[in-house]
Design a binder for this molecule. Structure first.
Ligand code: URA
Length: 210
């Protein structure tokens, strides 16, 4: 269907406004157990950023210290590696959308608890519905498990070692989507051999982008 320039601009403004509204609700999410930790430490919620019309959305676990201090996702060591992996397939951060399941930093970089995931997940789903990506790439075990359950995929007990680099098809309110599980970039810091795996999976990913 033909969409004029002014219609396209209106759609972009509309998406940006919807995302701003979701982000405002997260900022005021006093019911979250991570809210007081954020306020006490002068941290910021990390909503996510990038191209709001991106074909691909990367979803990590939760912000770390540097992310909570800056308000931007994946700006620390794992983020540098994510930038390199994007660059290896000719993409920049500005062309994709990057966010996390949980939008506030858990103390001591511990994994987010199920109760925390459940509090933030509805916001992530709204975010996905606004951005409407064709490909969702969960980064690591926790993002994978959350996304598989949310999209009713019959692999929710599968490990990332079994599913990374696979294209899993699902349907959403806005059409078909491919779930493309990836190792979390930080996994490379514990197991160097995963770097090669990630590079290879990004190559597979690049072939799926229209
Ligand atoms: N790890 C994540 O999962 N998310 C970030 O934003 C940074 C590190």
């Amino acid at each position: 269907m033909f969409t004029s320039d002014s219609e396209q601009n209106e759609q972009i403004t509309d998406k940006a406004n919807q995302l701003k509204e979701i982000s405002k609700r997260i900022k005021n999410l006093e019911i979250s157990p991570l809210y007081s930790f954020r306020v006490e430490n002068n941290y910021l919620p990390v909503f996510g950023e990038g191209n709001i019309n991106a074909d691909i959305m990367f979803i990590g676990e939760a912000p770390g210290k540097q992310e909570a201090e800056s308000g931007h996702p994946f700006v620390g060591r794992a983020g540098k590696l994510l930038d390199e992996l994007l660059d290896s397939i000719g993409l920049s951060r500005e062309e994709v959308y990057i966010t996390n399941i949980v939008k506030d930093r858990p103390p001591r970089n511990r994994a987010p608890r199920i109760s925390e995931i459940n509090i933030y997940k509805p916001f992530l789903i709204e975010q996905i519905e606004v951005i409407k990506p064709q490909i969702i790439a969960p980064l690591g075990r926790i993002a994978l498990r959350t996304i598989l359950r949310e999209f009713n995929l019959p692999f929710s007990e599968s490990k990332i070692s079994q599913l990374h680099g696979e294209k899993l098809k699902s349907t959403t309110s806005f059409g078909d989507v491919t779930i493309f599980p990836l190792y979390h970039p930080a996994a490379v810091f514990y197991n160097r051999s995963l770097h090669e795996t990630l590079v290879r999976d990004f190559q597979i990913l690049s072939l799926s982008i229209g």
